[in-house]
Design a protein around this ligand. Structure first.
Ligand code: PNS
Length: 163
């Protein structure tokens, strides 16, 4: 049987409704979607990798063909290990395009067999990023319609734990 497995890689610090929207869209067009969290990100993360795994696992539980993994090193190597034919990435605005284009072309150079699929999240999430969520939340802003409820709870606990 011909099945298509795709990897949706990222930092997910934290998962947003934009990510979730994309996961749901991706899961409709591939047989299996693996959300893959980069372990050795250069960015100093707010949430640990296990915390991010937990949040994504919980938020995607209703989707039967989605699983969560972590990876280190090159994405193309992880895709090969997983037997995945495609990488899924979201494009929100033209400003995302250049970075995404460079990554897609570099990944194609490293593995010509691997395809990158771009999808657009719902317009209502087109301005949402993990970076903005963190900074708005830390300044007391309401992000409750932009991230899953369990992420709001984790953000509250994280910020309370710091003070
Ligand atoms: O959500 P992000 O932070 O934009 O995700 C970036 C990610 C994790 C997709 C990217 O940094 C990545 O694939 N890193 C793994 C290292 C790699 O394969 N680099 C070469 C491709 S440019």
């Amino acid at each position: 049987m011909h099945t298509v497995k795709a990897i949706y890689p990222g930092t997910f610090d934290p998962l947003t409704n934009g990510h979730l929207d994309l996961i749901a869209r991706g899961a409709k067009i591939v047989d299996h979607l693996v959300v893959a969290i980069l372990r050795n990100s250069e960015k100093a993360p707010l949430f640990t990798v296990p915390e991010r795994v937990e949040m994504i696992t919980e938020a995607t539980r209703v989707l039967g063909n989605v699983s969560v993994e972590t990876f280190d090193g090159l994405l193309v190597d992880f895709c090969r290990e997983q037997g995945a034919k495609a990488v899924l990435r979201g494009i929100r605005a033209i400003s995302d395009y250049e970075y995404e284009f460079q990554m897609a072309m570099m990944n194609r150079k490293l593995d010509p067999e691997l395809e990158t699929l771009f999808m657009m999240p719902a317009e209502k999430y087109s301005y949402v990023s993990s970076r903005l969520i963190k900074s708005v939340f830390e300044l007391g802003g309401d992000v409750s319609t932009l991230v899953p409820p369990l992420v709001v709870e984790r953000l509250k606990a994280k910020v309370a734990g710091r003070s």
